[in-house]
Design a protein around this ligand. Structure first.
Ligand SMILES: Nc1ncnc2c1ncn2[C@@H]1O[C@H](COP(=O)(O)OP(=O)(O)OP(=O)(O)O)[C@@H](O)[C@H]1O
Length: 322
């Protein structure tokens, strides 16, 4: 470093002064830190999650994308309280998903999170009507006493209305289309007013038009009912519609796309998007394959500190032993 370049300490001071205040913990709905899930089957170990880090703010709507087998469903099952991680930490709305007692886990699954599956039939009981399916989770939490039945009926009506299915209240699942079933499923998942709604490929069995309408229903739930929503999807249309898309690669969060609406000087709105790669606590980043390929980078790269960024260059150094 020559004498005109700022020192590390000066850069650190400048960066701290310029940084936005960190998101307060109170605003975080989901926090996963170095999350590991190892499955053992027939003596073979599969590391489905390999130190995954993820923070989701309250009220956010996030899409999780990634190749088949990258760990998306494993993560969602853990967040749903259906599976327990091998190591690391995961907290959702103050519930510690590794340290919960069986009783707390049940309460967590019934009250703190809602879940929508891909298979429309899996979300609903076939012998109950839409309204009865929506009322069931409330009855299971066992809240009784004066006015409980009235409050439940009001909540069912409110959810039917929010999801625009009031006219389907008395139909059984077999009498509903796939898209209508998913709307009812979202209402069921929101019955106990959970803070977090999780969905695994909820539009996977639907045609693209119906899928877009269902995605709009998730938006409604996010906006009008205030739930933090995390959706696993393969659908690029869905992924392209949310403010934040998180990509998972090999059991870790690898990159993120953030979108925001910008208004130009003529008042015209457009969406600008920016891709970020994740930086973990040990300083590891997963650089995009296409960038590495373009510059033929592999194995070893040269890294330099500049005033406001870090430079990564192909390794052109001579091999000292050559
Ligand atoms: N119960 C299990 N037992 C053994 N291995 C498992 C189990 N569940 C998942 N795996 C393995 O963990 C890895 C991650 O699987 P996961 O289902 O989370 O991926 P995914 O990203 O959701 O894939 P897809 O998009 O195909 O659903 C895969 O290699 C999978 O085979």
């Amino acid at each position: 470093m020559n004498s005109e370049q700022p020192t590390y300490e000066e850069l650190r001071r400048q960066a701290l002064a310029a940084a936005e205040p960190r998101t307060r913990r109170a605003d975080t709905a989901i926090a996963c830190d170095r999350l590991v899930r190892i499955f053992s089957a027939d003596g073979v170990e599969v590391q489905a999650l390999q130190g995954l880090e993820l923070a989701v703010e309250r009220g956010d709507l996030v899409a999780l994308v990634g190749a088949s087998g990258s760990g998306k469903s494993t993560l969602l099952n853990i967040l749903a309280g259906l599976d327990v991680p091998t190591a690391g930490s995961a907290t959702v709305e103050g519930f510690d998903l590794l340290g919960m007692s069986a009783k707390d886990r049940l309460r967590y699954r019934r009250e703190a999170v809602g879940f929508v599956w891909q298979q429309t039939a899996r979300n609903l009981l076939p012998f109950l009507t839409a309204a009865q399916n929506i009322a069931l989770p409330m009855q299971l939490t066992g809240r009784r006493g004066r006015g409980a039945a009235g409050r439940q009926a009001d909540r069912v009506a409110r959810l039917l209305e929010a999801l625009e299915i009031s006219d389907l209240a008395d139909r059984r699942p077999a009498e509903l289309s796939g898209g209508q079933q998913q709307r009812v499923a979202i209402a069921v998942a929101m019955a106990n007013d959970p803070a977090v709604l999780l969905a695994d490929e909820p539009t996977g069995e639907l045609d693209s038009e119906t899928g877009a309408a269902i995605f709009e229903a998730f938006r409604t739930v996010n906006r009008e009912l205030g739930a933090t929503v995390v959706i696993v999807t393969h659908d690029p249309l869905v992924a392209g519609e949310v403010r934040r898309t998180v990509a998972i690669r090999d059991g870790r969060t690898s990159s993120e796309v953030l979108r925001r609406t910008v208004t130009d000087e003529h008042g015209a709105e457009s969406v600008s998007e920016r891709e970020y790669v994740m930086l973990d606590r040990t300083g590891r980043v997963q650089l995009p394959h296409k960038f590495l390929e373009a510059l033929g980078m592999e194995h070893r790269v040269a890294v330099d500190l500049a005033a406001d960024h870090i430079e990564v260059r192909p390794d052109t150094a001579q091999d000292p032993s050559a």
